[in-house]
Ligand binder design. Sequence first.
Ligand SMILES: [Zn+2]
Length: 434
Amino acid sequence: MLNQQEQKLLKIIDQNQNEIVACLQKLINYKTITPQDDDVARGDDYKNLQNYITSIIKDIGFEVDTWEVDASKLPTFPGSGVKQDRDLSNMPVVAGKLKGKGLGKSLILNGHYDVVPPGLRKNWKYDPFGGEIKDKKIFGRGSNDMKGGIAAMVQAIKFIKKAEIELAGDVIVQTVPEEEASCMGTLSCCQRGYTADAAIIPEPTGMNVLVAVRGGAYGKITVFGRAGHAELTQPHWKEGGAVNAITKAMKIIQAFEDLTKEWKARSDKQHKYLDPDKIMATVINGGEWVVTYPEKVEIEFGCQFIPATKNAINEISDAVNKVTLNDDWMKENPPKLEFHDQWWYGAEISEKEPIAQLGFEALKEIGYSPKFMGFGSLTDCIHLINYSKIPTISLGPKIKTAHMANELVSIKELVDTTKAIALSIVRWCGTENG
Ligand SMILES: [Zn+2]
């Protein structure tokens, strides 16, 4: 049940929807694309976006801390995903703190402002960085994942102030880069000492409460053959004959498929909210000449796993070894299996955690029938949960168009996300008046 103060707050949000929409449009205008590698030329859009956020939260009364992440100084440990040689200059992190007026619980609101590349312009009906509105939907890269969430969280705080509600506990706003590549922006916030009794990341969740994400490991396997004329009959390889690396690579790909099937059936890979572990070949390169036996095939792969899986890399290595030992050629010419240095742990909290229950109730209050859910891919919550031990949930709009052309968020869901966050803040931090 909403109390009077909460009713007033939601009414103010309804009456000022245009401000949330305008904020999101402005955020979309900044081209804050995650660099794919370190030599991508970076403009000032990252800085300008962060200056815009800073101006909003300073007006509310936040003390603001801004810094650039030096990846070489971040902690590295198994599961951290840290890539110490990545250049994160000119991509600032902003963390602002609004001191509570009493002894309430503290809350972090965290959002990533980097977005994946828009892809081909011809597949977009609207300018990917235009923030155009059509049929009560806002279009643009990041509208959904997750500049909409950032607009919702900073506007929620603004409206709490407008409603003259004095929060008892501290609120910390963090806007970070790099979620789409490494999660090092949020790890840097954690390392800098920012902590709270709970955290909310308004990533898209379909107006549900996200409590679990899978971890990820990535790597490459190089399979070797022996070159020879493709159109001549070759002797056995032991007599010097050619060997087709593509045919050998098929065995590796099959091993990945079999491993996924095995994991799917295994009891230790089952999770209440997540699919079982999975490994998939995602990039393949091989062969040299159309009439030559291919000498080499490179397969890149990605593996996602539930938080309880601590040894995905060993399990993959074992599966590759098994194939190698069962093939005379590969036994003598073993494929080279390499994992990228960085892999990311999964994360989960119990749905019984007070913040999970509170987010769930907030969504119900504004007319949704939420569910607790998991997400197959990881988010910045991994560091808040694992490194800083902060119970963290996500709630936000439908995820359907994230990373796609014509990414959108409906104005209704944007406004409702703002309401759910505003209610969550007020109820979590407590109030000193009303
Ligand atoms: Zn996201």
